[in-house]
Design a protein around this ligand. Structure first.
Ligand code: BES
Ligand code: ZN
Length: 456
């Protein structure tokens, strides 16, 4: 039985594979919200049961947070580990969804068929691409291509608090030749890619308190310190007029793009007008003198993800609030040290506080950037397999998002990550009306079958 038999089997089984994905998408496994803890557990159970149907004995392994799903099958070199995450982002604002986010369906759109629902692209649809590829492989060939480990996480979208201890405790079991991570996208929605650079992420939440209680803004306005004004001034000062971030020491460890990489990225002919135009924007708003691809792949950022305080309900209230809050994130590159930046940021805020103000911080994850070493033969084999499936030469690309486990594989289990995914820029991940193209799902499954054939 040859690769083409496996590909035929994948084509024939697509309706059943789609039904399985829809089943998984119905489980609201929102990891960040404790109200959905039982659902995260249920999603892990679903995966264990589904893997069992194809002959993989996987286990739901407890952690202090949501469980991991780990299973091993097959033997022989290379040892491939497949990683994906079964948790999803919250669905708010719910009123912007066209349908119940956990009642997924196949929809016809002008660009083709899509599976609409929370987690369709990030990451349940993607993680099922390699599950389905292996199911077809086993069904056709009667055996596994090599030693395979499944490692499926339920906390990725909430900063993976249990991941590092779990990987440390199970390092020998999780060590493989390559960790295949299916959680990234195609380049410009059509060119297959292997992601070689991921940004790190540092999350900071801060609350500034000035008066003890909310005050009448007529009675106290003018004399009393307003924490929203203090917070606004601090936030406004985080960037200079050229878009550079002003936190002291922030750029320590930020490398300039090597000439060879710059030339390769030029060759990708990134259409930033379209990238921005698709979301109603027209002007790159990052650091001056940086190319658009640098802005999203290789430069660090500071962004405000949320800001609140005072009265934000309907109507109007003349309140001078006691507190103001913000959630701020930094995307990190190169060897920027997340903990050093956290310390420097907190000190900068402290130093800017006027009298009568106090600040409290809480951290939300701190992970460094990571990069893949593509010199191993398997990278070129996988790249060729992808090119054959998609009919377009696959590219080595960057990714502005963060997948902290890629770096953990390198540092904890000495396993090189290989990041291959089939998401598209318009998938609306983390947003209302998330979808995954049926083409991504189908060709994604076929891609993994070709990659397995190429690397074994
Ligand atoms: N799948 C995404 C990462 C991603 C984003 C890949 C965009 C390709 C394009 C991943 O699940 C994710 O969203 N990660 C979070 C980090 C996490 C620590 C909360 C992110 O990047 O914000
Ligand atoms: Zn993801």
């Amino acid at each position: 039985m040859s690769l083409s038999d496996v590909l035929d089997r994948i084509d024939a089984d697509l309706p059943a594979a789609t039904d399985r994905l829809i089943d998984l998408l119905k489980i609201p496994s929102i990891s960040t919200d404790p109200a959905f803890k039982a659902d995260c557990d249920r999603a892990a159970d679903w995966l264990v049961a589904d893997l069992a149907t194809m002959g993989v004995t996987a286990e739901k392994r407890p952690t202090p947070g949501h469980p991991m799903v780990v299973g091993h099958v097959g033997e022989g070199d290379p040892h491939l580990l497949f990683y994906g995450h079964y948790d999803v982002q919250p669905v708010d604002p719910l009123d912007l969804w066209d349908r119940d986010p956990f009642d997924p369906e196949i929809q016809d759109t002008p660009k083709g068929k899509v599976i609409r629902g929370r987690g369709a692209a990030d990451d349940k649809g993607q993680l099922m691409t390699f599950v389905e590829a292996l199911r077809a492989w086993k069904a056709v060939k009667g055996d596994w291509p090599c030693k395979i480990t499944f490692f499926l996480e339920g906390e990725e979208e909430s900063g993976s608090p249990s991941l590092v201890p779990f990987m440390q405790e199970n390092a020998a079991e999780l060590k493989a030749d390559v960790a295949m991570i299916c959680d990234t996208g195609l380049f410009q929605s059509k060119t297959p890619g292997i992601t070689t650079m991921l940004r790190g992420l540092l999350g900071e939440e801060l609350t500034i308190t000035a008066p003890d209680i909310d005050l009448h803004s007529g009675m106290y306005g003018g004399i009393a310190r307003n924490p929203i004004r203090v917070l606004s001034r601090i936030i406004a000062s985080l960037h200079d007029e050229t878009g550079r971030i002003t936190v002291p020491g922030f750029y320590d460890g930020v490398p300039e793009l090597p000439d060879a990489l710059e030339a390769q990225w030029q060759g990708l002919a990134f259409d930033h007008d379209r990238f921005l135009g698709d979301v109603g924007l027209s002007h790159p708003a990052g650091e001056h003198d940086r190319t658009p691809l640098e802005m999203i792949w290789s430069r660090p950022t500071c962004d405000v993800n949320g800001i609140w305080g005072g009265y934000t309900g309907d109507g109007f209230k003349t309140v001078l609030p006691a507190q103001a809050h913000a959630k701020i994130s930094f995307r990190l590159v190169g060897t920027q040290d997340p903990l050093a930046i956290r310390e420097s940021f907190r000190k900068m805020v402290q130093d800017m506080l006027p009298p009568d103000c106090t600040v409290e911080f809480s951290g939300h994850g701190a992970s460094a950037a990571s990069g893949a070493d593509t010199s191993g033969a398997m990278f070129e084999e996988a790249r060729q397999a992808l090119s054959e499936e998609w009919g377009i030469p696959a590219a080595y690309i960057g990714c502005g998002g963060s997948i902290p486990i890629a770096g953990h594989f390198q540092s904890i289990t000495q396993t090189e990550p290989m990041l291959i995914g089939f998401g598209r820029d318009d998938d609306a991940i983390h947003s209302p009306n998330e979808k995954y193209d049926m083409e991504s799902f189908h060709k994604g499954i076929r891609s993994w079958a070709r990659i397995l054939d190429a690397v074994t």
